[in-house]
Design a protein around this ligand. Structure first.
Ligand SMILES: [Zn+2]
Length: 357
């Protein structure tokens, strides 16, 4: 009798111990490997957890590979997933930009199906609220899968001078960026400093939107749209507000000094994503990782109705937990500028306008 009543208890205790051991082993696994292996999103109400460069999200939806005014590039990466508001915004931008005369969007990386750190590239793009859009317009002919994988992008900025290549820059580029900045959801647009400078030098009339256009390394063939934390995501950590003004000031001039371009002091220092374990991410990200998947990518593809099948599964599968400790997302950056904070104000003179400007 005694034996029989103890057995289930012991089995239960054993199960708990095993689960705990598995959990602690998983805590040491690299988050990029776990999130990078997920092919489909977490079925739950859409919700972002953590910060742009340290987090994950549930209820992700995919942008279709093709739309009337967009094509998804590099499809094999499976990074066409985002918060439904992000995906809806890209579709809206594609329509509005087409009306402005931009032939269509080539959509670059958004997020992995459940976000999280990626195996390659990008410090951010982890919570479904970042998207890269190419500065190359969509061609007239539909691109084949092979072309989407292989087609190289056009670099709009000279690597040495950090200035825009005049022969390639078109007024339509400025119109596209202005349109993207016009949406209230969009908090920041990251562009190469050369592109920011070009806008500073040429935009007439309304310049208020330039405040959202932020200079940053790279971003010479694409721009990066970042939207704010969305309703329903109490555990999404907001980035710093952008500083007042159009940003065509000393903070931009800093990018045309040597400092931002000096080689890193310790070039071998591993990037944050190389070290991030599950323990570094908000604890809800474990539940995001374990949540059920939809039956197929198509079942979680956004078709413009503002809902997805994943979101329609209703019950939030991911329970809220106390706010995790999140340190600054800027730790891995090479110099004193961050995509989330203001560029440092430093005491350097503004470059003089070129003659004839
Ligand atoms: Zn990006």
């Amino acid at each position: 009798m005694l034996q029989r009543s103890w057995t289930p208890l012991m089995a239960a205790a054993f199960a708990v111990v095993t689960a705990l051991a598995a959990q602690s082993a998983r805590a040491e696994e690299l988050a990029k490997d776990l999130f990078g292996a997920k092919k489909l999103p977490a079925v739950a109400a859409p919700q972002s957890f953590g910060f742009y460069s340290k987090g994950c999200f549930a209820g992700g939806v995919a942008i279709p590979m093709d739309g009337p005014h967009w094509e998804v590039m590099r499809p094999s990466r499976n990074r066409r997933w985002g918060h439904p508001v992000m995906i809806g915004l890209i579709e809206k931008l594609s329509r509005d930009a087409a009306a402005d005369g931009w032939p269509g969007l080539l959509v670059g990386d958004i997020s992995q199906p459940r976000g999280g750190p990626m195996l390659t590239g990008h410090a951010s793009h982890q919570i479904g609220l970042d998207a890269d859009i190419w500065l190359t317009p969509m061609p007239d002919n539909r691109l084949s899968t092979n072309q989407r994988e292989k087609m190289s992008a056009t670099l709009l900025v000279d690597e040495k001078t950090h200035l825009v290549k005049e022969a390639l820059w078109k007024p339509q580029h400025a119109l596209l960026l202005k349109r993207a900045a016009s949406y209230p959801e969009v908090e920041r647009i990251l562009v190469n400093p050369g592109i920011k400078k070009k806008l500073c030098d040429t935009v007439k009339g309304d310049r208020a939107w330039l405040r959202k256009i932020r200079p940053f390394w790279g971003h010479d063939y694409h721009f990066h749209i970042r939207i704010g934390c969305q309703p329903g995501s109490p555990d999404c950590k907001r980035q710093e507000a952008t500083v007042r003004g159009d940003g065509c000031d000393q903070s931009l001039a800093w990018w045309f000094t040597d400092e931002p371009w000096r080689p890193a002091k310790n070039p071998d220092k591993p990037k944050a994503r190389e070290l991030m374990t599950m323990a570094s991410l908000p604890r809800e990200c474990r539940a995001v990782l374990d949540a059920p998947a939809p039956s197929s990518a198509e079942a979680a593809t956004y078709h413009g109705d503002g809902r997805s099948i994943a979101a329609a599964a209703a019950e939030p599968a991911v329970a809220a937990a106390p706010e995790p400790a999140i340190t600054s997302g800027a730790g891995a950056l090479p110099a004193s500028a961050s995509a989330f904070a203001a560029t440092p104000e430093i005491g350097i003179p503004l470059p003089r306008p070129r003659p004839g400007n």
